[in-house]
Design a protein around this ligand. Structure first.
Ligand SMILES: [Zn+2]
Length: 374
C-alpha cells in the first residue's frame, strides 16, 4: 500500500513537471473546453475520481463500448438503494476507463446514490458507502429489497453462528488447526450451505426470509493473523463468506491482522469486519461510560477505516449484562453475538445472539453433526 502511495506520488510529481512545460497548452485547452460547455460535465461526472483508500484487488472489468458517446447526466434526487448483485461492476471514471472493475466487496450494502447518468440507453448511478464515493454502478445492480427472491419461512429462522478464534496449531482450545478448518469449510460446501454476511444475517433474523435452505454465519473473533494466513485462502477458494470480529486497539497487535491485511480482506468480498471493541476488556466489569467508549469509539474507528456500516458487536470473552445490552443498542449496533451456546434466533434478541463454538479436534463429521447435519 505504501509502495502504491509512493508510486502515485511519483507519478503525480512527474505529471506536475510535465504540466509546467505544457502549462499554456493545457490552459488553452481548459478554456476551450469550458467555452464549449463541457465544464459542467467534467466537474460533476464520471471524470470525478477519488482515490480510494482501500486498494482494489478485484478483477478488472472490460470497458463498455461507448461508440464515442458522452455519458449524459440527468437531474437527480439523491436516494438510497442496496447493491443487490454479487459481482457488481464499478466504473471509476468514464465508462471506457481501464480502471473499471467488478467486485463482490459491496454486495448487500445500502449505498447512497447522488447522481444519475445515461450512456447507450443504460442508466448509471454514482454511489457512496459511509461517505466514500465508490464509483458509478449500473441500474441493474441495485435493488430496493435484497430479500426479494428469498424464501419466506413458516417457522422462525434458526441457524448456526459458528465461533472460531485462531486458525493454526496451538496449545489451547482457541486454536483450530488449518487442516480442521479446511475440512469444516469443505463440509459446508459439500452439504450446500450458504454462508451469510452480517447484513444478510440481519435480514434473515428480521424478515424471516432466507436466501437458501441451509444457512450459516461463520464468525472468527479477535482478528488473528493466522486467520488471514490460513483461513482466508480457503474461504476464497471455496467462495465462502466469513465475519472477522476486530479489536480496534489491541493490547497485543503483533499477532493481529494489519491495516493492509484488513483492507485486503474487505476488498476480497469474502470477509466482513465487525466490532470486538477498542481493547477487549470484559464490558460488564466497566462503568457504563467506559463501556460506551469501548463500543462507540471502536465502531467509529472501524467504520472510518473500512467505509462500511459496522452492524455487529462481539462481546469480549462473552461478558456482558443488561446495561451492556442497553449501551450496545444506544451505540447503534443492529446485532451482537455472545459466547453462549445455541443456534442463532431472533427470539434471543438481536443483541444476544448465541453461537456454536468450534474447538480443536473436530473432524468434518463431528463438525457437521454439531451444526445439525446427519
Ligand atoms: Zn475475543
Amino acid at each position: 500500500m505504501n509502495e502504491q502511495r509512493r508510486g502515485t506520488r511519483r507519478e503525480r510529481r512527474k505529471k506536475e513537471s510535465k504540466k509546467k512545460h505544457l502549462g499554456s497548452i493545457f490552459l488553452t485547452l481548459i478554456v476551450l473546453a469550458l467555452a464549449l460547455g463541457g465544464g459542467y460535465w467534467a466537474k460533476t461526472s464520471f471524470f470525478d475520481t477519488k482515490e480510494n483508500t482501500i486498494p482494489k484487488t478485484s478483477e478488472q472489468k472490460p470497458a463498455v463500448k461507448n461508440n464515442d458517446e458522452k455519458p449524459a447526466e440527468q437531474p437527480f434526487q439523491p436516494t438510497n438503494k442496496t447493491i443487490g448483485k454479487r459481482d457488481v461492476a464499478i466504473y471509476d471514471e468514464d465508462l471506457t476507463s481501464a480502471k473499471n472493475y467488478t467486485t463482490s466487496a459491496y454486495y448487500g450494502y445500502e449505498v447512497n446514490l447522488t447522481k444519475q447518468a445515461t450512456l447507450n440507453n443504460k442508466k448509471y448511478y454514482l454511489a457512496s458507502l459511509e461517505n466514500q464515493e465508490i464509483g458509478w454502478v449500473e441500474e441493474e445492480s441495485l435493488t430496493d429489497d435484497l430479500t426479494k427472491t428469498w424464501e419466506k419461512l413458516s417457522e422462525p429462522a434458526l441457524f448456526p453462528i459458528l465461533m472460531y478464534h485462531h486458525i493454526s496449531q496451538g496449545e489451547d482450545s482457541l486454536y483450530v488447526p488449518k487442516e480442521e478448518f479446511d475440512a469444516h469449510m469443505q463440509g459446508l460446501k459439500e452439504k450446500g450451505y450458504y454462508t451469510l454476511t452480517p447484513e444478510e444475517a440481519y435480514l434473515v433474523l428480521t424478515t424471516n426470509k432466507v436466501p437458501s435452505k441451509k444457512i450459516i454465519w461463520v464468525t472468527l473473533d479477535d482478528g488473528y493473523t493466522d486467520v488471514y494466513t490460513n483461513a482466508f485462502p480457503t474461504l476464497k477458494k471455496l467462495g465462502l463468506q466469513a465475519t472477522m470480529n476486530i479489536i480496534t486497539q489491541p493490547e497485543y497487535p503483533d499477532n493481529k491482522v494489519t491495516k493492509e491485511q484488513r483492507a485486503e480482506l474487505v476488498n476480497s468480498g469474502f470477509v466482513q469486519l465487525e466490532d470486538h471493541t477498542l481493547n477487549h476488556i470484559d464490558l460488564n466489569a466497566l462503568e457504563p461510560a467506559e463501556q460506551e467508549r469501548q463500543m462507540s469509539e471502536s465502531k467509529k474507528l472501524l467504520t472510518e477505516e473500512i467505509h462500511r456500516p459496522v452492524t455487529t458487536l462481539c462481546y469480549p470473552a462473552g461478558h456482558y449484562d443488561e446495561t451492556t445490552v442497553e449501551i450496545a443498542k444506544k451505540v447503534g449496533y443492529k446485532m451482537a453475538v455472545t459466547t453462549t451456546y445455541g443456534f442463532g434466533a431472533s427470539s434471543d434478541g438481536l443483541l444476544e445472539l448465541t453461537r456454536v463454538r468450534v474447538s480443536p479436534g473436530a473432524s468434518k463429521e463431528t463438525f457437521l453433526a454439531m451444526i445439525g447435519e446427519k
